[in-house]
Ligand binder design. Sequence first.
Ligand SMILES: [Zn+2]
Length: 113
Amino acid sequence: MNTVPLAGDTPPKPNTGKGRLIICRNCREEKRYYADHLCSACWKRWDGAGRPAEVPPPRKRGQAAAMPSRLRDYVIASDSGTMSAAKTAKRLGVSPRTVYRYRARLRQGEVPA
Ligand SMILES: [Zn+2]
């Protein structure tokens, strides 16, 4: 089995090499290889999501990009914001601070994904 080198003049490096350019299998962009045929951004997103079967889609919403679907969990757990922060935090297993952050994001118009 031959490995197909990527287009370009750079000679192929050993397969295990971090930092070589690959086409990331998730975002399809030419990025530096991190692991599992993913760029570091995709890999970290995947890892952070608990390594599901599918790599979570990239977030392109600027700043508060972390904990994407958590926002929806918050909306559900808080009964659309009617439950107290403390109770909601307990339900979600997060700190009340995190709940306040969710609230702030919703106020800023972010739509739970
Ligand atoms: Zn990627």
